[in-house]
Design a protein around this ligand. Structure first.
Ligand code: CA
Length: 327
């Protein structure tokens, strides 16, 4: 079935892909483009073929120039998920993206890149399931946590999860991150790109977001262990705040290994994802109330007032009945 998908894709899409894929990016130059994991413009006209390789979920819409995971509206979630498991030991993903909207000071929540065991399941982590097993790289535009330990947002961070850890939005997920960096990728007039490389258990992220065609390193994490057979995806979500989260290109390259490995494919298929480096646990800043925390407190107060009213009403009625019986 997979071979049939590849052949269909090659027959119908190859000319379109090669003729219109004008973006040449330095980091992917040494790799071999894996078309079964790749999405390039134009998307319209190729949607039926791409639908064999990808799922387009939730609020996602496909236009000729971009895939919009969420519009600039509240409470939306969308995702794209590759149907073909990644069997590459060393790879690079290049993402051409655009996060933008009408918000000047308030916008959110961001998008996430995934390489996970499960796929196409909606949830609370930038539109995807929590907890997850595999790798996530979050492009978080809204700072839920301020105060002493705050990172400047937008913030890019990587999490490797074996399925046991939940993402905590109140920490912006940074209590379980393996690496991260602040990066003002949102609302830029020019094109913005991310490069994520996984070579010999080393995970690096570079960003080209300044409009000068130069890549700068976001993070470099060694001793990261990811299985074969997981799935690529990208998801995004909006909440009380919103943004357009657009993907313009998603390219996956197979990269040569720097050194040989004697680990079998079977062992890698059964590997439990893990990483050596992780943030030390830290306390949540005291006295910092964020948008979502405030919503929770507000709802609690409303509930308290309603319950108080009901209790007051019942007590008054009981007192009235007691008086009637007395007279
Ligand atoms: Ca956040």
């Amino acid at each position: 079935m997979e071979i049939l998908l590849y052949l269909t894709f090659a027959l119908f899409c190859w000319p379109i892909v090669t003729c219109n894929d004008e973006q040449s990016l330095e980091p992917g130059a040494e790799g071999f483009l894996k078309r079964e994991h790749t999405l390039v413009r134009p998307f319209q006209g190729t949607v039926l073929v791409y639908a064999e390789l990808w799922d387009f979920t939730g609020s996602t819409i496909v236009t000729g120039t971009h895939i919009r995971l969420t519009p600039d509206h509240q409470s939306k979630a969308g995702a794209i998920w590759n149907r073909i498991p990644c069997m590459l030991r060393n790879w690079e993903v290049l993402i051409h993206f655009k996060v933008h909207g009408n918000g000047v000071d308030l916008y959110g929540d961001g998008f996430a890149f995934w390489l996970t065991k499960g796929r196409n399941e909606m949830g609370k982590v930038f539109g995807s399931k929590d907890p997850f097993s595999g790798l996530a790289i979050f492009f978080d535009t809204y700072s839920n946590q301020n105060g002493e330990h705050a990172h400047v947002h937008p913030y890019v961070s990587a999490v490797v999860n074996n399925g046991s850890m939940s993402y905590d939005h109140d920490y912006d997920g940074t209590h379980i991150q393996i690496a991260g960096c602040s990066a003002p990728f949102r609302g830029r007039e020019h094109d913005t790109f991310a490069s994520i490389r996984f070579v010999n258990n080393r995970l690096t992220a570079k960003l080209d977001i300044d409009g000068n065609g130069e890549w700068r390193q976001c993070f470099d994490a060694d001793e990261v262990f990811l299985p074969l057979g997981y799935f690529f995806g990208i998801s995004a979500a909006t909440g009380d705040l919103a943004d357009n989260h657009d993907i313009l290109t998603f390219k996956v390259f197979e990269l040569p290994a720097d050194e040989t490995s004697d680990i079998s494919d079977t062992a890698l298929l059964n590997l439990v994802p893990h990483a050596k480096t992780a943030e030390a646990p830290r306390d949540k800043p005291v006295g910092v109330f964020q948008r979502k925390s405030m919503s929770t407190i507000f709802m609690f107060l409303i509930l308290l007032i309603v319950c108080g009213g009901i209790v007051f009403f019942l007590v008054k009625r009981q007192q009235t009945n007691a008086k009637k019986r007395f007279y």
